[in-house]
Design a binder for this molecule. Structure first.
Ligand code: KG4
Ligand code: ZN
Length: 342
């Protein structure tokens, strides 16, 4: 493989149809996507069948548009990268099938990329992040904490045992009839309540690196019931008109989530005191309040803190292209029989 390859990457693991063209020297030449959020909004979450159908409709124009924007043609591309795990099987298959067709037709190497590795190194796209560092990945589907030793060399220190962090925001937002996706709306409501902790929701176990968020959602629900704001039998929000209460719930939830992230980073840093930096990545890392809390914690300990621009926090193909570039340089290539994985 030639040094400094130009990569075309495709990402379709969940509800974004995305493509990117990347070359380390020239940078991210294009990073495009179609977001299906509007399609799934009415259901309050991602519907797999709707997602794969939409990927199928959009993938051709997204890949073509991305190539065009990058100023490259397929002939300039040295390898095609595609997210092949983990994700919704029907969605992954659309991206993988398309990538395999392109790669085989043009006789280019293909390389399957782990979506989570994409997130884990997304802070390195725009920043020179020193190794070793601690990475927190928090999205709608995943929440993990890693010790990152080098490009492609990382160890999972903890992961969620139930819901993902983004799911906690999405589910509480649904409980409050606020809409989907919940994270940005909860952040807005929390700002209106000045990021104060009104209801002191449980922070979970302090001495483990695994996350658990489903209990938090249940705690919010039962606290609302206790306040006569939610009826469990009819599953209705009785306080739907009480904006102040919604803001206070959102604010308490956000402060609680930020406390949990700070708690986990503190524990990880205690176990691995040699680390130089902390990164915060994934869709939830769009949250300015949590970023600020983590940064303040790092600043107080002379640790560097990095979080990607929002376009590299939520699902995107740029992070897949970035990982593929170093994988190729490390000699990883897959065969045309590449399949989706877990
Ligand atoms: O990374 P992402 O686009 O997709 C997955 O791989 O899951 O993350 C989407 C998640 C959603 O749960 C959404 O509520 C959350 O990221 N999110 C946020 C914010 N913006 C998006 N959570 C908290 N605060 C935000 N500002
Ligand atoms: Zn993701």
């Amino acid at each position: 493989m030639k040094p400094n390859p130009t990569i075309l990457a495709i990402e379709s693991s969940c509800d974004e149809t995305a493509a990117a063209v990347y070359n380390r020297e020239q940078g991210m030449l294009a990073n495009e996507l179609f977001s299906q959020t509007e399609l799934h909004k009415q259901y309050g979450g991602v519907i797999p069948e709707v997602a794969s159908r939409s990927h199928l409709e959009k993938i051709g124009s997204i890949v073509d548009g991305t190539l065009k924007k990058s100023g490259k043609t397929l002939a300039d591309i040295d390898a095609i990268a595609v997210t092949n795990r983990p994700g919704l099987p029907g969605s992954l298959l659309i991206g993988l099938g398309y990538a395999k067709g392109l790669a085989f037709g043009a006789q280019k190497p293909i390389i399957g990329i782990n979506h989570l590795e994409g997130h884990a190194f997304s802070a390195c796209i725009e920043n020179d992040v020193p190794f070793d560092h601690i990475c927190i990945t928090a999205s709608g589907g995943h929440s993990s904490i890693y010790l990152v030793k080098d490009f492609g060399d990382y160890m999972t220190l903890g992961r969620t045992t139930d819901d993902a962090a983004g799911e906690a925001f999405d589910k509480v937002a649904k409980l409050l009839n606020l809409g989907y996706p919940g994270g940005p709306i909860i952040e807005r409501y929390a700002a209106a309540a000045e990021f104060k902790d009104y209801f002191n929701y449980p922070r979970g176990k302090k001495d483990v690196l695994d996350f658990s968020f489903s209990g938090l959602k249940t705690a919010v629900l039962y606290d609302l019931v206790k306040r006569d704001a939610f009826d469990l039998t009819t599953k209705t929000l009785l306080a739907d008109q009480n904006i102040e209460l919604k803001q206070q719930v959102a604010s308490s939830l956000l402060v609680c989530m930020a406390d949990i992230f700070v708690q986990k980073v503190a524990l990880a840093q205690k176990m691995y005191p040699h680390v130089h930096a902390v990164t915060f990545v994934g869709g939830v890392a769009c949250n300015a309040y949590i970023r600020a809390r983590l940064k303040a914690w790092c600043d107080a300990r002379n640790l560097a803190f990095f979080s990607p621009s929002p376009r590299y926090c939520t699902d995107n193909a740029g992070m897949i292209a970035f990982v593929a570039a170093y994988k190729l340089e490390q000699g990883h290539v897959d065969g045309y029989d590449l399949d989706i994985g877990r």
